[in-house]
Design a protein. Sequence first.
Length: 600
Amino acid sequence: MQEISVSAAYVIKPDDNITDDVFWNAENWPDQVGLRRRTNGSWAPVTWRDFAAEVRDIAAGLIAVGIQPGMRVALMSRTRFEWTLLDYAILTAGGVIVPIYPTSSLEQVEWILSDSGTTAAIVETDDHAEMIAAVQAKLPALAHAWQIDGSRLGGLADLTTRGARVTREQVEERRRTRGADDPAEIVYTSGTTGRPKGCVLSHGNIVANARNCMQNDGFPRVFNEHASSLLFLPLAHSYAQLIQYGAIYSRTVLGLADMADAVAELAAFRPTAVLSVPRVWEKAYDSARRRATAEGHGKIFANAEATAIGYSQALDAGGPGPVLRLRHLLFDRLVYGKLRAALGGRVQYAWSAAAPLGTRLGHFYRGCGITVLEGYGLTETSPAASTNTLDAQKAGTVGRPIPGATIRIAAGGEVLIKGHMVFQGYWNNETATKAMIDADGWLHTGDIGALDDEGFLTITGRKKDLIITAAGKNVAPAVLEDRLRAHWLVSQCLVVGDAKPFIAALVAADPESVAQWKADNGRPEAATIAELRDDPALRAEIQAAVDEANKAVSQAEAIKKFAILDSDLTEAAGQLTPTFKVRRGIIMEQYAAQIASLYA
């Protein structure tokens, strides 16, 4: 059994409250810019004084309409300034936030509102407002509903008006009713399997996680009042919330944008640090490669990629030699600088979490001058449990435990976690809570991993995803899937083979990359992926990706056959979570015929 523990940098106090940071900043640095908001096509500054005042005004409105301490308030919106404003306002009023993904279906929304016993809901779009109207008759506890822009429901201005009779002292008195042990959020897992469960995160859970992360090794050099970060991940996800709370605590200037606008807004906002999920880094790489190929510079990009990876690897092995340094300098002018410019031109450090990034991609970005540090955690750990840092990093790992965390590898390789960031339990589900947290306080993650001699954690897959072939061979699909997705033509993939004679894969091609491939290979522009999936040249490209992935495993674990799907996997079809994790069970059910054909 392996185990490593890191002492806490910040120890929770009984009266700690997430909103403390907003009002502390407003009191001590009132005129300093804390956030920027999109206004009339530009990024307008928001001082700590002004942000705290807006938070207080909306909190007063919530108090005025009858929101009591502990009442649940749902928040359903894309990532935007108002989400952060409302998040802190709900907490200031003593409420408990119930985040809902803006892409959720009516059935999902009804389940979350019903299970959580939500009293009020604040939504963004007219479609969201219609959903609320459709379920309100079935949910008598849902007494209030507002819309951010106020076209179908009352707007935020209505709340502010109602709060005019609530004094500043009354708001502060209400805020102080909530301490470290009180629930702050009920975050419903995106549900790769089954119905989402509500993870109860306390003020203490979140404060401990955000402050220990921001005080981790070297982090204050990246997150401080002189730095900035653009957040575009969906704020219904706990990873995005950590970025938000961490930025407010460290006084890093925060901008918020929808994921669909991320590329354009990165160039306009010009952040110094970016935190995202692996698929975003994969797409940025794919876009750069496609652009280079379309401009006739495909070979230059391939050489630049190899040089970047080699340069990064050399940094871990005594440093690059003079020839490699010269090649790196050349490609920095030709390729790497353009990639950095696409991210705004000022990013040196970035973080990736929620799924494995992959060693190759990590080395590529570091070689380009952007160190992408991988971290790991779950919603149930508020969410961070480990991370690579500026002064302690190892590509291919998810780093060492954050301050205040203990990580243990149990028999069978399961990763166990203990610390103040471990959640309070599942809402209304004691059975699931006891299955997740044992009698000694260890959180059983369900992930398989290992700790090396220096305390770096490597995640190799999910316990429930482990494939056991007909011959009894245990295969962790993530190892193969991560390497397959590294190919520029591959968007998503799913390795199969449980109780089968060999391992196979379903491969979803990237539509944008396929468009480039058609142009390069003289195929009709109108040809669909469904029409091309049996094309010998396209299959040869995917076979090359499979062969590369197979290098990471034994012959018994290697992919023997694959099928190219007719279309990409999407969140809208229920195949991906909002953070691009595959919903394995749903995909296997939807593509049962294709899987069967692989073993016919």
